[in-house]
Write a protein that binds this ligand. Structure first.
Ligand SMILES: Cc1ncc(COP(=O)(O)O)c(C=O)c1O
Length: 350
């Protein structure tokens, strides 16, 4: 018998809904390398419109989107100013430094969010040699427990970069969550990035795919670099249809994921042995710490799993992440709350 887990490891684990699968099965397709896939084109146009950009490019993954944007906007040896805990720094360093040969200049943001002072300090006293060639920001911030940039702060960061003639790349893997949480249109965030990466495969529930958006010139060059990276696809409309369905139908419902994350955060915070500040939970990600018997962290994760719930060790020793998403309804959430409480009582006692 297979166990049906409540999978809180990530919002990437969702399976396409029946309506999304239908849209994918019925998608009109062509060879996208020749620009002949109408569904990919439609997705790119709708994404660019939602983000208020001239153009967008469908890419296989968020990592590849970030890396293409970086490759287009910087040269080998260039420095990128970014938060130490950004996804680009934590997960994509091997590609960005090893393959692309860029360097990182780290800031320590407030739960991942940079300030204009970070940009000013990172750009130094104006010496051309050490100046970063790109500022990279992430909204919402994964390691920051789904933290959202206040719009004014993001604007001030972008203004500080512009003043110093440094372009900005926005990693918006979960930009949709930021908009759902604040009511700020995605375009109002996106205008602060010269390039923006968004994912369809996270909160929107598509099986794969991301996009990068920017000026027509940026996207023209990004298209070339995508091919160099091996990321040009052929009848990709089947995948794009999943993204398009998510973009059209699953953005508004992200507020439900956020409400469930708050409910889970309150439950975790009131569980003896676990620590988390529920007030810090702004979107669909929460990171909790085992404060009593941290040496039993792995036993706790295993006990919760044995009870049918998957958590993700993440964010430091004795910490785990929970992410709410399309496949976690109220009943699943209550199963998770009960499993975490039971396991904490049993494993962390004494
Ligand atoms: C903030 C952020 N950026 C980029 C990515 C990379 O996306 P992908 O897994 O599609 O490569 C992720 C993945 O979780 C992410 O959280």
């Amino acid at each position: 018998m297979t166990t049906t887990y409540v999978d809180l490891r990530s919002d990437t684990v969702t399976r396409p809904t029946p309506a999304m699968r239908r849209a994918m099965a019925e998608a009109e397709v062509g060879d996208d390398y020749y620009g002949e896939d109408p569904t990919v084109r439609l997705l790119e146009e709708e994404t660019a419109a939602v983000l208020g950009k001239e153009a967008a490019l469908f890419v296989p993954s968020g990592c590849m989107g970030n890396e293409i944007a970086i490759a287009v906007q910087t040269d080998r040896g260039d420095a990128i100013l970014l938060d130490r805990l950004s996804h680009v720094a934590k997960v994509e360093a091997e590609a960005v430094t090893g393959i692309l040969g860029r360097r990182f200049l780290f800031c320590d943001g407030d739960r991942g969010r940079l300030s204009p002072t970070d940009v000013a300090a990172g750009c130094g006293n104006g010496s051309e040699a050490g100046r970063p060639r790109l500022v990279e920001v992430e909204n919402t911030h994964n390691w920051g427990s789904g933290s959202v940039y206040p719009l004014e702060q993001l604007r001030a960061v972008a203004a500080a970069a512009k003043e110093r003639r440094v372009p900005v790349h926005l990693d918006g893997a979960r930009l949709w969550n930021a908009s759902a949480a604040t009511g700020v249109p995605a375009a109002d965030y996106a205008v602060n990035g010269d390039s923006v990466m968004v994912c369809y495969s996270k909160g929107l529930g598509a099986p794969a795919g991301s996009a990068i958006a920017g000026s027509k010139a940026f996207v023209r060059e990004a298209r070339r670099v995508r091919k160099v990276f091996g990321g040009a696809m052929r009848q990709a409309g089947i995948l794009a249809a999943g993204g398009l369905h998510g973009l059209r139908h699953h953005r508004a419902r992200l507020a439900e994921d956020h409400a469930r994350a708050r409910r889970l955060a309150e439950a975790v915070a009131s569980t003896p042995g676990l620590s988390l500040d529920p007030a810090a939970i702004e979107t669909n990600i929460l990171i909790a710490e085992v404060v009593r018997r941290p040496d039993r962290f792995e036993d706790l994760i295993a006990a919760v799993k044995a009870d049918g719930v998957l958590l993700y060790p993440f964010g430091g020793p004795a910490r785990f992440r929970c992410v709410t998403h399309l496949d976690v309804d109220d009943a699943a959430l209550e199963r998770a709350v009960a499993a975490i409480r039971r396991a904490a009582t049993r494993v962390l006692a004494g």
